[in-house]
Design a protein around this ligand. Structure first.
Ligand code: C2E
Ligand code: CA
Ligand code: CA
Ligand code: CA
Length: 280
């Protein structure tokens, strides 16, 4: 540590070295986590804003590390993407959430849907796992439209032939596509029409500002009516107050997600919710 200040070059290279060591450690831990089955999914309810009823879940990955504790996805997904481990992780998420959906649909006899985050890295460079996804999907005997993949808007920036081919293949197999974090990237509205997309998810930052003033409201209302004109359904994420929910509902927003309704739930808590809903 003493030698750190000797000269700038030395300082920076020491720092960079430490960062790359930390990154390497995380990568090794991720590899180990796959072997030790340290990943699991939580499920956050998405509700119909008119009835407040549960219609789908978003699957969200969690990592229970033996010493680091619970590591949030934002802390490891980027490292997984850089190291290529995202391919194995994404495969786990896809299969696990489909199995869960099929089980819940039959157990609770509900018309439930599931939304799954997919890394743009996987879309841009389809891996060996994905070749088997459609077979796996059809084995679960799920109706068309009951599974959606959430992709972030910035994938459109790097919109290549391969991405649009992938989206078409998903569509062929009855998988819907949701554009995640809508409004945060460089949206080229023309992409919305050109690509086959079924839902947009209005980013949390817009919902957060909703009660602030007329400008913020107008913006959200405009996004929703534009989406509807393009035959897209709208999901608002990060709804935390009834005021936000009411405003969005008055704009005709279709679906909502956020702490107001429920946090991401464990399998047990999700099942308790499903059980309570099926009584009605
Ligand atoms: P995202 O796809 O935008 O997911 C929504 C995030 O917002 C989740 O954080 C969720 O817990 C959080 N959230 C939900 N409702 C509220 C709310 O009312 N208020 C606030 N403040 N936050 C809310 P999480 O689970 O930490 O996930 C973070 C990001 O990590 C996700 O953002 C997604 O980009 C990525 N991610 C999560 N699971 C997966 C996965 O299985 N695969 C991939 N590739 N990425 C994932
Ligand atoms: Ca998402
Ligand atoms: Ca999002
Ligand atoms: Ca996000």
């Amino acid at each position: 540590a003493k030698s750190k200040g000797r000269n700038r070059w030395c300082f920076f290279s020491f720092d960079l070295h430490q960062k790359s060591v930390a990154r390497q450690n995380l990568t090794n831990d991720l590899r180990q986590a796959l072997l030790n089955k340290e990943f699991f999914l939580q499920y956050q309810p998405i509700v119909d804003l008119k009835t407040n009823r549960l219609v789908k879940f978003e699957a969200l990955i969690r990592w229970q590390h033996p010493t680091r504790g619970l590591v949030p996805p934002d802390a490891f997904i980027p490292v997984a993407e850089e190291s290529g481990l995202i391919s194995d992780i994404g495969d786990f998420v896809f299969k696990q959430s489909l199995l869960q959906l099929a089980k819940w649909r039959s157990q609770f006899s509900v018309d439930l849907m599931m939304s799954i985050n997919i890394s743009p890295y996987q879309l841009a460079a389809p891996d060996l796992h994905m070749v088997g996804w459609f077979d796996f999907l059809h084995k679960q005997d799920l109706p068309r439209g009951s599974v959606s993949l959430e992709i972030t808007e910035n994938i459109l920036m790097h919109h290549t032939e391969i991405v649009s081919e992938q989206l078409l293949a998903f569509r062929d197999h009855g998988i819907n596509v949701a554009l995640d974090d809508f409004g945060t990237g460089y949206s080229a509205l023309s992409y919305l029409n050109r690509l086959d997309i079924d839902y947009i998810k209005i980013d949390r930052s817009f919902v957060k500002d909703l009660a602030d003033g007329a400008m913020e409201k107008d913006l959200c209302e405009a996004i929703i009516s534009m989406a509807h004109k393009l035959n897209l359904k709208v999901i608002a994420e990060g709804i935390e107050t009834t005021e936000q929910a009411n405003i969005l509902q008055s704009f005709g927003c279709d679906l909502g997600q956020g702490y107001l309704f429920a946090k991401p739930l464990s399998v047990e808590d999700a099942e308790a919710l499903l059980a309570s809903q099926s009584i009605n």
